[in-house]
Design a protein around this ligand. Sequence first.
Ligand code: NDP
Ligand code: MG
Length: 388
Amino acid sequence: MKRVSIFGATGSIGQNTIDLIARAPDDYHVVALSGGRNVAQLAEDAIKLRAEVAVTAYAECLPDLRAALAGTGIEVAAGEAALTEAAARPADWVMSAIVGAAGLAPGLVALQQGAALALANKESMVCAGPLIMETARAHGGAVLPVDSEHSAVFQALVGERIEDVERIIITASGGAFRDWPLEQLAQATPEQAATHPNWDMGQRITIDSASMFNKALELIETHEFFQIDPAKIEAVVHPESLIHALVGFRDGALMAHVGPNDMRHAIGYALHYPERRALPVERLDLVAIGQLTFRAPDEIRWPALRLAREVMAAGGLAGAVFNAAKEQALDAFIDRRIGFLQMAEVVETVLDRLSAHAGNMNAVISLDNVRQADHLARVTADDYMRNG
Ligand code: NDP
Ligand code: MG
């Protein structure tokens, strides 16, 4: 029996993970499930999967969670410390699917226990890629990509040598505003941005897809995950979202990963790695699909891509600053305090302001330093949004 924990169990990735695990209940012992405010879902799944412990990230949600699980024998806990305590419980496989920088600490703790970490939380890689990889190495664990593009690259690299890789191309759907006239983007609302042409995902990543901040994070994630020179990493707009990534080798071959828009593929690959097992995903009918198309990403429409290049060039804590500024700007957009195009402006301003002092970005990538950079970036973003 594989011992598994799922952080962010109530979210889109978490629910897809639970779907796979619930299909083979005898194969898994569920150690910990975590959620945020969706206590009813967390309790339902904890009972269904007979989890040892259910943790909500928020202390104020604990009474409801306790009530929902009374008499079941399932432990309950709340808060940040409880999340890391749950991550320290021995498990073979841990899904990191909390959204945002909050996912970093539990993932690191799971790696310190030697678990295989299935990483959906791309923010961890953006904020602290070297720390994540080093922690996995030091404790004999593994980091398995769950982001569809990175899972695709990972699969294309099986049996290959990284020295033979000439380029990595990750695809982008282009998000909700791919075909909008540029002049309308300033008026785009959070509701419009939160609809995705191809994928069904959480609200935040869907809006990040429309702004291309998601792809920007993924460029950095690719660089960190595969230790590959940023100049070899490209993003291309592929509206059908069926090719997730391509790896180009020195002999000119391109290995493409093609699959349906269903995160259960990448999650299942990470769950069963290094084996492949049957998965309940659609089989593509290529003739019905007919054609796959590609376009160059427009850096005027999507300045986030340019910012990602600047972050990779800067290195150090620039990723943590970038991610935190983006999270803050996204909150402000969702609350209608800033417009859609202002998100990139906020992030660029924060990067500029903080890079003026080398100490802000050049410190060693430790959890404490990442937290400090994250905090400073949020304060700087808020100050800019309030006072200019
Ligand atoms: P959702 O918003 O659907 O779910 C987020 C999860 O995190 C929920 O369980 C939520 O709890 C919990 N959560 C939210 N805030 C906090 C916090 N501060 N502390 C602890 N837990 C918290 O997100 P997704 O599932 O879409 O995405 C999860 C991660 O996976 C993100 O990093 C995303 O970029 C990545 N990813 C997602 C993909 C997708 O298809 N959805 C594809 C590739 C990557 P609750 O809802 O109970 O409040
Ligand atoms: Mg992705």
